[in-house]
Design a protein around this ligand. Structure first.
Ligand SMILES: [Zn+2]
Length: 177
């Protein structure tokens, strides 16, 4: 049985902490946390959520890309828990794209990210996985990976002129569709 967790908003110190590694993915508390994160990110129309965003400073996040009202063009994937994630390599090629964050409601920012990355993480069953991601999924991984190191997307915006309210952002997306 999963429960919806409260989402820490910008200003909460937990969002600026470096998260600790998870020693045992099989720990029932870790398994319950994963179930709760999956429920919470789905309820909030997110495409990812990191444990520090629910006040748990552990190195764990969910990538759960799917089209939803906040991200109408997101690719569909099976929601995946990533434990003790590592960035193995990143392309020199960067790309700017609009991001939002459940911890910073109402705001979008244009964030430069590596276009392609190689990553390693443990699954919720404790298996080591190595994957390559490009474009939107690479962006979501980098955004969530920042969260477990105390970084939020507005830290990476190059100019305050590349910030927009979410309302204006969604309006501009509609007019370009
Ligand atoms: Zn975020």
């Amino acid at each position: 049985m999963s429960i919806l967790r409260q989402i820490a908003q910008l200003g909460q110190p937990v969002l600026r902490q470096v998260a600790g590694k998870i020693a045992d993915p099989a720990d029932p508390a870790v398994q319950a946390l994963i179930d709760d994160l999956l429920a919470t990110v789905a309820e909030a129309d997110g495409v990812g959520i990191a444990a520090p965003q629910v006040f748990v400073p552990l190195s764990l996040f969910i990538v759960a890309s799917r089209p939803n009202p906040r991200y109408p063009h997101a690719p569909q994937m099976e929601p995946t828990a990533m434990i003790n994630p590592e960035l193995l390599w990143a392309s020199d090629e960067m790309e700017k794209g609009w991001e939002g964050c459940l911890s910073i409601p109402g705001l979008r920012g244009l964030v430069p990210r590596h276009r392609r990355i190689g990553v390693r993480y443990l699954t919720r069953r404790g298996e080591v996985r190595e994957e390559e991601y490009a474009d939107f999924l690479a962006r979501v991984f980098q955004h969530e990976f920042d969260h477990v190191r105390g970084i939020v997307f507005i830290d990476r915006v190059e100019s305050t002129r590349e910030l927009m309210t979410e309302k204006e952002y969604l309006r501009s997306q509609k007019s370009h569709a």
